[in-house]
Design a protein around this ligand. Structure first.
Ligand code: DGJ
Length: 376
C-alpha cells in the first residue's frame, strides 16, 4: 500500500471523530444543546444511521429512584449532545413493573438487524422493595429515540442449571442445605456459594420471589456473529453470569454460565479486540468507587481469566472516582465509560470517558483531564 493510501485509510477510520475540535473532560459538568448537564447515568452509547445515541438513567436531585425514566441524547461527534427526550418513561399506573419510584438502572440498548428494532434491557427493582427483586426489564422501539414499549420484567432462566456446571457439580449443589449457611462470609459459606448454593436456591420460587437467577448490574453485548448476551451481577452480587439471548434479543435462550463465582463483581462492561473478549467490572461497595477489575476470555462462555486493574493515573485504585458502565467500540477505538455517583445529589453525578489503550494487547485506561475523540 502506498503512503498516500495509508494516509487516506487512516483519515477514513477517524472520520467519526474528526468532525469536532471539541474535547471530552472527564468528571466535569457536560452540557447538552440546552446548556443542561447531561442526565443519562449508568448508560451506553450506540451508533446507528450516522449518529450516536446515548441512553441512561435520568437521576433526580434528591433520590436515586426512577422518577422520569431512561433518557436519550444524540450526537455526531461524541462530544456535542442533543437532548432527544425520555426514551422509556416510567409508568403512573399503580403496581406497574416500572411504576414511578421504582429502581431502574444501567439501561443498555442494542439494535436487532433482523427485526429492525431497538431493544432496551435494564436492571429493575419494583417500587418500595429496595433491591430485593433483582430483575431484568426489557422494552422495544422502532426508533432509536423511542418511545420504547415495556415488554416484561423477571428473573433469568428459571429452573435451569448453568452450562458450566456438570451433572456431578449439579449433584453437589443439589445436596447443599441452604439452612446450614445462615451466616455469611464464613469459609464454608463461601465454598458453598462457589459450588452453587444460590444458583440452586434461585432456580425455584422462594421467600415470595419468583424462580430464576437474580439480575442486578448489567450490560448487553452483541457479538460479531450477531448473537447477543445479557451479562449481569447475580447470586446476591457474588457472581457474574453470562446468558445468551434469543434471535430477536428480547428473551433468554436458557444457556448461561457463571464468571468468578463468589468474587463479588458488578458493573460489567465488555468488548472484543482481536478475537479476545475483555470484561471490566468493579467490586461491590454501593455508590462508593473501588478498584476496577479486568477479565479476558477466548470464548464468551469462558474460561475467564482475571488480570490486574487496567486503570493508570491519579485515583487509579478507585477507578478515578468512578464505576464502569460500558465500553463503546467505534472503528478501531474503544472508550471506557464510567459514572462518578453522587448519591446525596444524584443528578449531579458525572461521567468519566477515557480512551482504552493497548499495551502488548492488554487494555490500559490512562487518566486524562481532557482529550479529543478525534485524536485517538
Ligand atoms: C452499585 C451499582 O453499580 C449501581 O448501579 C447501584 O446499583 C448502586 N450500587 C446502588 O448502591
Amino acid at each position: 500500500m502506498s503512503i498516500k493510501s495509508v494516509v487516506i485509510v487512516c483519515l477514513v477510520a477517524m472520520i467519526p471523530f474528526a468532525v469536532s475540535g471539541q474535547t471530552i473532560k472527564p468528571g466535569r459538568i457536560w452540557k447538552d444543546n440546552r446548556g443542561i448537564h447531561i442526565n443519562a447515568h449508568g448508560g451506553c452509547v450506540i451508533s446507528h444511521g450516522g449518529k450516536y445515541y446515548w441512553y441512561g438513567e435520568h437521576k433526580s436531585d434528591d433520590t436515586s429512584s426512577a422518577m422520569v425514566g431512561v433518557t436519550c441524547y444524540s450526537s455526531e461527534n461524541l462530544v456535542d449532545w442533543t437532548y432527544e427526550g425520555v426514551a422509556l418513561p416510567v409508568s403512573d399506573e399503580a403496581g406497574h413493573d416500572i411504576e414511578r419510584g421504582c429502581i431502574l438502572e444501567r439501561p443498555k440498548v442494542v439494535y436487532n438487524e433482523a427485526t429492525r428494532r431497538f431493544v432496551m434491557w435494564f436492571h429493575l427493582e419494583l417500587k418500595g422493595r429496595g433491591y430485593a427483586d433483582a430483575r431484568y426489564g426489557v422494552a422495544v422501539s422502532d426508533s432509536p429515540v423511542g418511545p420504547f414499549r415495556f415488554i416484561r420484567s423477571g428473573r433469568v432462566n428459571p429452573g435451569l442449571w448453568p452450562m458450566d456446571m456438570s451433572q456431578a457439580d449439579r449433584d453437589v449443589a443439589d445436596a447443599l442445605d441452604l439452612g446450614k449457611y445462615t451466616e455469611w462470609w464464613t469459609p464454608a459459606w463461601r465454598d458453598a456459594i462457589v459450588k452453587g448454593l444460590f444458583v440452586k436456591r434461585d432456580m425455584r420460587a422462594h421467600d415470595g420471589l419468583p424462580a430464576g437467577q437474580m439480575a442486578r448490574d448489567m450490560t448487553i453485548y452483541v457479538d460479531s456473529d450477531g448473537r447477543a448476551y445479557h451479562i449481569y451481577s447475580s447470586e446476591d452480587n457474588l457472581t457474574i453470569q453470562v446468558a445468551e439471548l434469543t434471535d430477536d434479543y428480547t428473551a433468554h435462550t436458557g444457556k448461561y454460565v457463571r464468571v468468578a463465582p463468589g468474587d463479588m463483581n458488578e458493573a460489567p462492561a465488555i468488548f472484543k479486540k482481536d478475537g479476545k473478549y475483555w470484561m471490566i467490572t468493579s467490586g461491590c461497595t454501593g455508590w462508593d468507587p473501588n478498584e476496577a477489575r479486568m477479565f479476558s476470555a477466548d470464548n464468551i462462555w469462558g474460561p475467564w481469566l482475571q488480570h490486574p486493574n487496567p486503570c493508570v493515573g491519579p485515583k487509579a485504585e478507585k477507578t478515578f472516582g468512578g464505576q464502569g458502565t460500558y465500553v463503546l467500540h467505534v472503528g478501531n477505538s474503544y472508550i471506557f465509560m464510567a459514572d462518578v455517583w453522587r448519591p446525596e445529589y444524584p443528578s449531579d453525578a458525572r461521567y468519566i470517558w477515557l480512551p482504552i489503550e493497548f499495551d502488548k494487547g492488554s487494555p490500559v485506561i490512562r487518566w486524562k483531564t481532557e482529550w479529543a475523540p478525534g485524536n485517538m
